[in-house]
Ligand binder design. Sequence first.
Ligand code: BJW
Length: 257
Amino acid sequence: MPETVPLPDEVIAAVRGARRVLVLTGAGMSAESGIATFRDAQTGLWETFDPSQLATHEAWVDDAAFVWAWYAWRIRLLGDAEPNAGHRALADLAAHREVSVVTQNIDDLHERAGSRVTAHLHGSLLELRCADCHEPYADQPALPDAPVERLSPESCPACGGEVRPGVVWFGEMLPQEAVQATEDAIEALEPGDVCLVVGTSGIVYPAAGYPAMALAQGATVIEVNPDESGVSDMCHHVVRGTAAHVLPALVAAVAQS
Ligand code: BJW
């Protein structure tokens, strides 16, 4: 039986009173779907490596087979994962309020739960492309049945280059259309609207700056995270619980109104 999360009345009232809800999600959103958070993703073969060093163009250039083995295994794990109750609650919320979901996550669990995602700020694990000519790679990559230390990346049919995951690594620019869509969603917020910040450490920019931008628009900023994050201090309300526990309770309370 899941523990009950006490939801402050002000949090329920804020979402009830909002016309628009901007939801900013991070890796914690998918943790209860069995997808390890970014900073917990280092298990087994990769546990001695700093993920922020692996998720870089430099790491790819240095040893693409090592980096691709990490991503290929994560693609395999995502195929076995399902949206959790938190993803489904956010999809349900769209029946009651105008909802924009902006995610840093590279999985497709919001979409599979039924949400229309405004922006995938850090790209997609499933959209592969050539590292050289940037052509999208449409074929299914060969995935290992168990973690392997090295795996040769697929070859680009257009130029023979190495195929990389369509994610945004540190030091790379975010997709311009995702940034623009996010800024448009933030600018649409008015006093009385809500920004829900779910399951992010709040340390990776520019995403970590978006709650402050929502605050500047006059929105009520609410964090859902079992632990303190880099943005906790600036939130109006903090709910210390997990996405799959808190969000269904919150959306049920809003739906009753
Ligand atoms: C739960 C839970 C449960 C657990 N329920 N919650 C300004 C200042 C300083 C630096 C910069 C700056 N602007 C740009 C930078 C540089 C850099 C940056 O931010 N560095 C900081 C680390 C200091 N940013 C960039 O390079 C970005 N590019 C850019 O800005 O381009 C312009 C530019 C270029 C060059 C120089 C300057 C500007 C690109 C960032 C790309 C991030 N990519 C990654 C990897 C994607 C691929 C992959 O996954 O392998 O994206 S990094 C990684 O971090 C991943 C995530 O999306 C991202 C955020 O992680 P997140 O979601 O917060 O996850 P965790 O694991 O850290 O935290 C999980 C949280 O969940 C925790 O809080 C838990 O408590 C919680 N949780 N269980 C709810 N059940």
